[in-house]
Ligand binder design. Structure first.
Ligand SMILES: Cc1cc2nc3c(=O)[nH]c(=O)nc-3n(C[C@H](O)[C@H](O)[C@H](O)COP(=O)(O)O)c2cc1C
Length: 194
């Protein structure tokens, strides 16, 4: 009997979202680096349409999800896991990311976020590497019942020194750790499936 080849093994789809609309975002660059270093078993798809998600409004929602919201929910629904790269704004999650999570958390029963394995990471030019924003995001994920991986934690401080002008993650130690982090997310996702 032949052994299954790696190509026979279904890849886990990871919906990756950066909480920044900025062209030169370190957090989006971190997700691109994740695509580069990911094991073959992970298919990391960057959802890059947060700018199309309007501000949450229950009146708008009552008329049906706007197209950008549907795209967001579809991307999360189709994924086996979430990878969220959050910037830190004023010690918390940037509004664009929180707003997207608020939309995705609806309806409370049957939300695409409920039960979806997730990993949180973040990059900041500051020393604390988005520690407080990540804590705030974990708090939101308690309510949405999104099981966020506990360890390892990925906090990239002094991000301005870790990428080149083209936005490529050049710090070898960070690249190595990012790969370990993704392997941990894979294990977390499979564990929650069983
Ligand atoms: C409104 C605002 C608030 C910020 N607050 C913090 C903060 O609390 N902690 C921090 O480390 N950086 C803070 N920053 C700096 C961001 O970490 C920095 O702009 C970072 O590059 C944003 O992520 P991005 O590169 O993915 O866009 C703040 C930036 C803005 C615009």
């Amino acid at each position: 009997m032949s052994q299954p080849s790696p190509s026979d093994t279904p890849r886990l789809v990871v919906c990756a979202i950066a909480g920044s609309l900025r062209r030169g975002s370190y957090n989006r660059a971190l997700l691109r680096a994740a695509q580069e270093v990911a094991p073959d078993s992970l298919d990391i798809r960057i959802f890059d349409r947060l700018g199309d998600v309007p501000l949450y409004n229950a009146d708008v929602e009552a008329e049906g999800d706007p197209e950008g919201v549907r795209a967001l929910k579809d991307a999360i629904r189709e994924a086996d896991a979430l990878l969220i790269a959050t910037p830190e704004y004023n010690h918390s999650v940037p509004g664009v990311l929180k707003n997207a999570i608020d939309w995705a958390s609806r309806p409370p029963r049957g939300s695409v976020l409920a039960g979806k394995p997730a990993a949180i990471l973040g990059a900041s030019p500051g020393m604390t590497g988005t520690a407080r924003a990540q804590s705030a995001l974990r708090q939101a994920f308690v309510f949405t019942q999104t099981p966020a991986m506990l360890q390892p934690e990925f906090l990239l401080g002094r991000a301005n020194e870790k990428f080149d002008e083209a936005g490529r993650l050049t710090d070898e130690g960070t690249r190595t750790f990012l790969k370990q982090f993704l392997l941990a997310l894979e294990a977390w996702t499979l564990r929650l499936r069983d």
